[in-house]
Write a new protein. Sequence first.
Length: 275
Amino acid sequence: TSRNPFNKVLSVQPRLSSVTQRGQPIPVCLQVLITLRFLACGTFHRETGDLSHYINFPDARTQANYKVLFYEYGNFPGVIGCIDGTHIPIKRPSTPDAEEYRNRKNWFSINVQGVCTPQLEFSNIVVWWKGATHDSRIFLNSSLYTQFERRDHNGILLGDSGFAQKDFLFTPYLHPTTAEQLRYNQAHMRTRGLVERMFGVWKSRFQCLRKTLRFKPSRCCTVIIATAVLHNYLKKQGCPDPPIEEDDNPDVPPFTTNHREGLAYRDAFALCHFK
């Protein structure tokens, strides 16, 4: 509506321009969001997303609702989010640490960690890690991991085998041998597929994320965060999702140093819930 402060801010658009001699000009609305971030915080990017009105981890009441919605979708109990990493291509940085941005498929990228809601929105995003960084390392060093370690959240995350199995983050069996483990894997794969679908919608909506971002890494992070904010905003406004295009992300090797305690917890969980 006309009374919406955000719409008033965007009213400056006619005075701005996205015309540039380069390809992939930044849309005017994205320029406005990036400027708002800098004016509000004095920085262009942070670890845990932007504009908390649009990207925030669910509170206790919302977590209870998410458990119902995730279970209705994939038959996996207790889930409050699905987590994964995805690579956004960037040009080779001109800094001494440039090779640290080269990922496992031999191209340069930012490794972005995202957690999805049942509605395919971001509930958490970490954007500043280099392409060579393993997904599990990103999570272990995130504020979200600390929150789960402190038992701030009542629920579990689902992640692929690139993450370490925890009592609050469940990974699939690499070699299931029992009926319970097979059913566990089936429910896990279907439910966790939502985060891959969210990434697909996000990248299809903002094609700059599929092409090589030709900025310094810090500015690439700015663009990535701004598109995630806009993705959530458009989802909340009920905008239809674009067709999902095939992605080409580096394969993440399995996490191989899981502690016995975490694996035993998964075994007990599978026996209890997937008989």
